[in-house]
Design a protein around this ligand. Sequence first.
Ligand code: HAM
Length: 424
Amino acid sequence: MSGIQAVRGMNDLLPGERVRLWHRVESAIRELTSLYGYQEMRTPVLERTELFKRSIGEQTDIVEKEMYTFTDTGGDSLTLRPEATASCVRAGIQHGLFHNQQTRLWYMGPMFRHERPQKGRYRQFHQFGAEAFGWDGPDVDAELIIMSSQLWALLGIGRITLELNSIGSPAARAEYRERLVGYFGERKAELDDDSQRRLGSNPLRILDSKNSEMKTIIEEAPQLADYLDDESKTHFDGVKERLNRAGIDFRINQRLVRGLDYYTRTVFEWTTDLLGAQSAVCGGGRYDLLVEQLGGKPTPATGYAIGLERLIELVSLQGGGEEEGATDIYLALLGETAELEGVVIAHQLRTEGYSVVANCGGGNLKKQMKRADRSGASMALIVGDDEINAGTVVIKPLRGVGTQVTVERDSIQSSISGFLVEEN
Ligand code: HAM
């Protein structure tokens, strides 16, 4: 049998450039959320299956065919979260976060969907999401969109487009749905299998079909904008007005309906032409009925989530790599006493805030200096039994700053600073 491999569509993140990109993006997210006054929350990766059925919707692709669901030994049906909006709502209701208060929340973590893996589409992927509970106006929708665009700025990302739509109130959508079923019903023979199935369950999703043979029939379909209720129209105008004032370009996409059932009114996606087929980097919108639907008091809500693998790929494509945070010191230890005393020296230096890689596993000077070079450290501290007896250490620059010196052990710290190679 060959070695055990990772589960298909689930990635290992190995040490190196990618990890540094993840760190950079994660730091930018922390900076962003604090700039906007959003508070972090963390929820379990496992939830009761019912939570996702009742929020994302029974007839969606996610619930119908993409969830990792199993029955645990206690007989409960559990699901690895395919997204975290439902979890935030569940946690908010459970802990009373929505009682007479307005809350801005954010989260980051792994999500799981059993999709067909390809570049940019994975079975375990990560999202950063922001959710605002308790506000029903267009101001907070605009705030969230402006916030997402500030993340692109913090990360130096261009070539990303905002698509915007309003899917109106449930009543307006019900009327439109009926009209759509009539229209597609009359031309049923032109629909592909997937769309024929959706006609009975979720006809709005036919508009989202990626099948090019369906293009004309979709283009000629009735438009949701013609069925929007007045309140939703005013709300949508308010969002657009604020985005215009903030200088954020957008494209109205009447076909944008999103793949989750909980949305009302504003929906949006940020897409890019740099990532091939998996072009959506961020998706979100308003979901004013979900809290109530899951058993809470009526609480308007709105939010978005960003796919981190796609975002990081985008940062990397646009030259956003970062230098390694280098080690300061490689501690070479020669002889038994030096090896023992090395524990003390390394500890003292680390307490002072220097990063130290201490030699482990012995070896002669040549071998240890080879390891020191490979470590990327700015300098080597060489300590042999002679140095221990004399109370000294040898400092050898490794990256072209100064020449080798022997210094008193008591004055290591003052001597070191001249040998540090600053990273930009
Ligand atoms: P979503 O559109 O399903 O929305 O996912 C948001 C983002 O997650 C996508 O735009 C994409 O970047 C990323 N993503 C989704 N599936 C995958 C995958 N299989 N592999 C890699 N990346 C993926 C939601 O999840 C909603 N909870 C967003 C939201 C928050 N709406 C309101 N609040």
